[in-house]
Design a protein around this ligand. Structure first.
Ligand SMILES: Nc1ncnc2c1ncn2[C@@H]1O[C@H](COP(=O)(O)OP(=O)(O)OP(=O)(O)O)[C@@H](O)[C@H]1O
Ligand SMILES: [Mg+2]
Length: 351
């Protein structure tokens, strides 16, 4: 048996809670085969002992099944990178992918179309309005939305050394797969390609000095999410949901994923939460009230805010403006400022 054959077997071992295998995510650092004994070195971000135990057991049982008498599994922390003050997991920061970024916040959801991109863009703008230096990174390889929602048609400059310069708009730094892929390129990336693309994006974008980098993720718990948490020690995640999805265990799934990889969940944003009639100011709860509070209590994470449904969001987006710029005085914009203030308090507390 040689190293390559062992690697093939390890491709059958999945990371707990994910569909991707440990080889394709580069978690297998090395394999040493010596007759009927084998030693596997894994690089794992999570500090959750259960995850490590499960990984160890899965590797052992797969290789013992292949007639190895002794199987030893060594788990080490990766040369992880992240913002200088980021990372609630205390991982070593030997190689820092984002040395100029202080806080990295991922905006995630279990389900599509709940308003992640809307929340990410407005949060970024709200933080900028509070005087912070902010970047917004659209990591949705499947359906990038930044070009549209921020009205960007230009292509990022490529600097010497193949570094990409983010596009500046509204005093923020913006980057999206959509800036590079164009509107009409077929988006057919499969797992390993997605991992590579995300890694390249984290490596090759030259951000300025930033207080916050907000990352807009695709829905679910897939390749982008796993690559991200493997590569960066995120400051935390914000989970977006709608009232009708709260019941679907959707939020719980998202929170679980981040907990598994030791990324703090900073809170939940309930979007399209209620409707305020523009004519008479009457506020109607479209779905049953109180779901967000209940869910946040149950999961023991903060409910950062409830964003109303507002038809102006569409008009703002058509103009390439987040609502927090298009109509500052709307209730929606005020709610985003309030959420930004809570995030500021949270990350400065933890720093
Ligand atoms: N509070 C709101 N009021 C009105 N419209 C909204 C609101 N939030 C989001 N929308 C609209 O709902 C649609 C979906 O929002 P968005 O693209 O932000 O969701 P998403 O979670 O990023 O979707 P995907 O999973 O496809 O990336 C968009 O057309 C957006 O303009
Ligand atoms: Mg989106």
């Amino acid at each position: 048996m040689n190293k390559d054959q062992v690697l093939k077997m390890l491709e059958e071992v999945k990371y707990p809670g994910f569909s991707r295998n440990i080889v394709s995510f580069g978690m297998v650092k090395d394999v040493f085969v010596d007759d009927d004994s084998v030693k596997v070195e894994l690089r794992v971000t999570s500090t959750d002992d259960n995850i490590k135990k499960q990984l160890k057991q899965s590797v052992e049982s797969r290789l013992k099944g292949a007639d190895f008498k002794t199987v030893s599994v060594l788990i080490t922390a990766p040369e992880i990178s992240g913002g200088q003050q980021s990372g609630g997991n205390g991982a070593a920061t030997e190689e820092n992918l984002l040395p100029t970024v202080k806080h990295t916040i991922a905006v995630a959801s279990g389900k599509g179309g709940v308003g992640k991109s809307t929340v990410a863009a407005n949060l970024a703008t709200a933080l900028m309005k509070r005087g912070f230096k902010v970047g917004l990174l659209d990591l949705d390889v499947y359906g990038p939305s930044l070009p549209l929602t921020m009205g960007i048609t230009e292509v990022p400059k490529v600097l010497p050394g193949n570094k990409l310069l983010p596009i500046k708009k509204y005093d923020m730094e913006l980057m999206s797969f959509g800036f590079i892929l164009g509107d009409d390129s077929p988006v057919i990336w499969r797992g390993p390609m997605v991992a590579k693309l995300v890694t390249q994006f984290l490596n090759d974008v030259q951000w300025g000095e930033l207080d916050f980098l907000i990352m807009d993720l695709p829905p679910g718990t897939g390749d982008v999410q796993l690559t991200l948490v493997q590569k960066l020690a995120l400051t935390g995640a914000v989970i977006v949901t709608t009232p009708q999805d709260l019941a679907l265990l959707d939020v719980q799934r998202g929170a679980n994923m981040f907990n598994k990889v030791n990324t703090p969940v900073l809170g939940i944003v309930e979007n399209m939460s209620y409707y305020v009639c523009p004519e008479c100011g009457h506020r109607s709860e479209i779905f049953s009230h109180g779901g967000g509070e209940r869910e946040s209590k149950r999961l023991n994470v903060a409910l950062l805010g409830r964003i109303p449904l507002n038809e102006e969001v569409m008009a703002a987006s058509d103009k390439g403006q987040p609502m927090t710029i298009y109509n500052e005085s709307s209730e929606l914009s005020k709610e985003f400022m309030n959420i930004a203030d809570q995030l500021i308090a949270k990350v400065t507390q933890e720093a």
